[in-house]
Design a binder for this molecule. Structure first.
Ligand SMILES: [Zn+2]
Length: 59
């Protein structure tokens, strides 16, 4: 399966934002969305297609 480049970007932004917020709080997502306003579109793609990808990146 091909992973759209913007989905990769959203995962990178997600991980980078954990350097500021080590959790999935509202503040964390506020930071993600500030950097990457379409985050939820990519997150939706990942939820539908990227379970294995996220499992590798998330603990
Ligand atoms: Zn996370």
């Amino acid at each position: 399966m091909l992973t759209p480049p913007e989905v990769i970007d959203s995962v990178v932004v997600h991980e980078l934002c954990h350097s500021k917020e080590m959790n999935h709080s509202a503040r964390f997502y506020a930071e993600v969305l500030r950097v990457f306003p379409t985050y939820w579109e990519q997150d939706k793609w990942l939820k539908e297609n990227g379970d294995i990808l996220m499992a590798m990146l998330e603990n």
